[in-house]
Ligand binder design. Structure first.
Ligand code: SF4
Length: 356
């Protein structure tokens, strides 16, 4: 029988919520983290610029997707001063493929604030960090604890899930932050915060927690009994059509031609001002089977798209919020596209086609 998360499954379990068990809990977690943490490029640095960049990139984005962008971004903008001085289009181009482009705009604005107000040095307290553009409670605590060893706890989705299971109660947001702060190892706050996040990301995972290998199962109230409320929302599914219009300029093959791209409205809610291939919510009419090239899967927030890509086909329908008739737009040289802020879907299709 499955118990609800508000019930302790094993009442004799020495609870992590009990303050006398916390020193042993912290030692076990940190020992596990020291031995098993993933080797990620932002680990092992105390440079607040690099930590901040990784934290912003990792919001709502998988680690695997962040790795390559993190490297490219640091090559193009090696310091907060370089980022502050860059144009918005340049920053968006480096961000292209990560999604949630508001993060990139806020990143640049925040860099400008750090240069203008703090002469390029990050403030070392979470209280001051939280006043900067795009930095919320979580990011402020992550930078302050990892870069400056301030004893402040972080709560992200992974920490929240692990804490609820450890304590065996459904917690309010305020209670979650409070418990996280009480659990924190004040001697190593940055490592402890990362260890809690690592635990949630790799062991105490959403659907099938790996309790058998969990370093803190001894103090866990639920040992994997998952509340129904934790099951993630179902993704919506949508089908769209995309026109890949490519024209050779000089017969030198892929990479030497031009592609028709459209710029999304500056006031669009999603990805404003970014460039993309023409899209439609309806297939071209009459359907030209010969022109159908490939079908892609692509997810944006809570929607999974099936994207049918047609070669050199005009799309007439404008059923999507910002759908674009494919006779509009601009013909852009393939060699210039990597420097443009393009959407992740467009980048995926142009890469698969060999155009970029
Ligand atoms: Fe508890 Fe299992 Fe999560 Fe470990 S992995 S904290 S034992 S639910």
């Amino acid at each position: 029988m499955r118990a609800s998360a508000s019930t302790l499954i094993t009442p004799w379990t020495p609870s992590a919520a009990d303050s006398q068990n916390r020193p042993a809990f912290r030692r076990a977690l940190l020992r596990w983290y020291d031995a098993h943490r993933r080797d990620l490029p932002w680990r092992g640095t105390r440079d607040p610029y690099r930590i901040w960049l990784s934290e912003i990139m990792l919001q709502q984005t998988r680690v695997a997707a962040v790795l390559e962008h993190y490297r490219i971004f640091l090559e193009r903008f090696p310091s907060v001063e370089a980022l502050a001085a860059a144009s918005e289009a340049h920053v968006l181009a480096a961000w292209s493929g990560l999604g949630y482009y508001r993060r990139a705009r806020m990143l640049r604005r925040c860099a400008q604030q750090i240069v203008d107000q703090y002469r390029g040095s990050f403030p070392n307290k979470s209280e001051a960090l939280i006043a900067l553009a795009g930095i919320g409670r979580y990011t402020a605590a992550a930078i302050a604890s990892i870069a400056f060893a301030e004893p402040v706890a972080v709560v992200d989705g992974n920490v929240e899930r692990a804490l609820q299971r450890l304590i065996g109660k459904t917690l309010t947001t305020r209670q979650t932050w409070q418990h996280a702060q009480e659990f924190l190892a004040r001697s190593r706050p940055g490592d402890f915060n990362q260890a809690m996040m690592e635990l949630g990301a790799t062991v105490c995972v959403p659907r099938e927690p790996r309790c058998i290998v969990c370093p803190v199962r001894k103090w866990c109230a639920t040992r994997g009994e998952v509340s129904r409320a934790e099951v993630p929302l179902r993704q919506q599914k949508k089908e769209i059509w995309c026109a890949l219009e490519y024209r050779e300029e000089d017969g030198n093959g892929a990479g030497s031609g031009k592609v028709r791209l459209l710029q999304r409205p500056r006031k669009a809610l999603l990805m404003p001002g970014m460039w993309e291939l023409p899209l439609s919510s309806a297939p071209p009419r009459p359907v030209q089977a010969a022109a159908h090239w490939r079908t892609f899967r692509h997810s944006i927030t809570v929607t999974d798209y099936t994207v049918h890509v047609f070669w050199n086909t005009l799309l007439g329908n404008a059923g999507l919020p910002y759908a674009s008739r494919s006779e509009k737009g601009e013909w852009i040289a393939a060699e210039h596209i990597p420097r443009l802020p393009i959407t992740g879907l467009t980048r995926k299709i142009l890469k698969a086609s060999g155009i970029i």
